[in-house]
Write a protein that binds this ligand. Structure first.
Ligand SMILES: [Cu+2]
Length: 385
């Protein structure tokens, strides 16, 4: 049956030309294992790659951001095959205080998707599930992986299908993963489909001098630029499904002016009752991903003690940063030990994006105030002549 949805999908994957959009989709699905990327790495298609044979398999439990799954900072034992299962969920989200709705497409039901943690030399094995309740084909491109469009060429799944991909984590660092279905990559990405993989060195993080560093807490922040269409009165439009929102959204996207720039899917997702928490004396690792657009994180009242601006742990971290940078299409990592209690704003220091469009989080820090670091010498009072 030729519906608006199938027409849309057919148009979106036009490179796979066929008699009808549905046939095009089926051909695209069938063609995936025979794509150039797959041909170059036949071991990834069916048979296990030799290096993963005989390794211990462990199942990892993903959690919703800003939390990060339980993990070892220093790997115990030999490399493992770490198995993940993640379902894609298309859903309507409220993204601001006006009640504006957004047709989100998500990994694991959250924006960003859950952060996966492995160690260098481990194999990350993901079963990606696209439930029949979804309307779109999806896949996953791991920036941490090597070959086959980051796995995108081997993971194209229609609603009602699942696929399992395994790749060797050969580089340490924080890396974006995102959906990348041919013909509609940017739309899926700005609809919410990205997250982070953290590949830790087997012996843990090190400072610029090579000394071990550890964190007490880790949070994952995903920054998203949203392009929600408005009607002729200037009010945000609501849609019934991603497909219904497609044509209008693409038009707004092409203007490159986001309607919202948010952390973790909505204005206020990480403020107030949902603020991140820490205690004075604790060291916190902040992972900050941007799948599409650049950002410049700043912790107001604090600093970046150690910052892996590109997120890559093989490179020595930068020290004592004021504000750092996250290139669109990457995830940075910043480590800070809190010295004072209070509410810290963690912002994109394009302050218009932070304050007007939504890119603000709060860190609520408990502990004792250090008068030596800061004190109010005299309270506000009339000017003394
Ligand atoms: Cu997708």
């Amino acid at each position: 049956m030729f519906t608006r949805r199938t027409a849309l999908i057919g148009a979106a994957i036009a490179p796979f030309a066929a008699a009808t959009p549905l046939q095009a989709i089926r051909q695209a699905t069938a063609a995936a294992p025979a794509s150039p990327g797959a041909a170059a790495q036949p071991g990834l298609v069916a048979a296990p790659a030799g290096g993963a044979d005989g390794l211990e398999h462990v199942k990892a439990k993903l959690v919703a951001p800003p939390a990060v799954m339980a993990h070892e900072q220093v790997a115990s034992g030999a490399p493992k095959v770490v198995e993940f299962t993640m379902a894609i969920e298309e859903k309507t989200l409220v993204v601001d205080e006006l009640g504006t709705t957004f047709q989100a497409m998500t990994f694991g039901g959250s924006m960003p998707g859950p952060t996966m943690v492995v160690h260098e030399g481990d194999y990350l094995q993901l079963t990606l599930v696209n439930p029949a309740t979804n309307s779109m084909p999806h896949n996953i491109d791991f920036h941490a992986a090597t070959g086959a469009l980051g796995g995108g060429a081997l993971t194209f799944v229609m609603p009602g299908e699942q696929v399992t991909l395994r790749f060797k984590a050969t580089r340490s660092g924080t890396f974006v993963y995102h959906c990348a279905p041919e013909g509609m990559v940017p739309w899926h990405v700005v609809s919410g489909m990205s997250g982070t993989v953290m590949v830790l060195p087997r012996d843990g993080l090190k400072d610029a001098e090579g000394r071990p560093v550890r964190y007490d807490r880790v949070y994952t922040v995903g920054e998203f630029d949203l392009y929600i269409p408005k009607d002729e009165t200037g009010a945000f439009k609501a849609y019934d499904s991603p497909g219904d929102s497609y044509a209008d959204t693409i038009e707004v996207m092409r203007g490159l002016v986001p309607s919202h720039v948010v952390f973790n899917g909505a204005k206020g997702a990480l403020t107030g009752d949902r603020a991140l928490t820490a205690k004075v004396g604790e060291t916190v690792l902040f992972i900050h991903s941007c799948a599409n657009r650049d950002s410049r994180p700043h912790l107001i009242g604090g600093h970046g003690d150690l910052v892996w601006e590109t997120g890559k742990f093989a490179n020595p971290p930068q020290k004592n940063l004021e504000t750092w940078f996250v290139r669109g299409g990457s995830a940075a990592a910043a480590l800070y030990s809190f010295l004072q209690p209070g509410i810290y704003a963690y912002v994109n220091h394009n302050l218009i994006e932070a304050a007007e469009l939504g890119a603000t989080a709060h860190v609520k820090v408990e502990g004792d105030w250090n008068d030596d670091l800061m004190t109010q010498v005299s309270a506000p009072a009339p000017i003394v002549a």
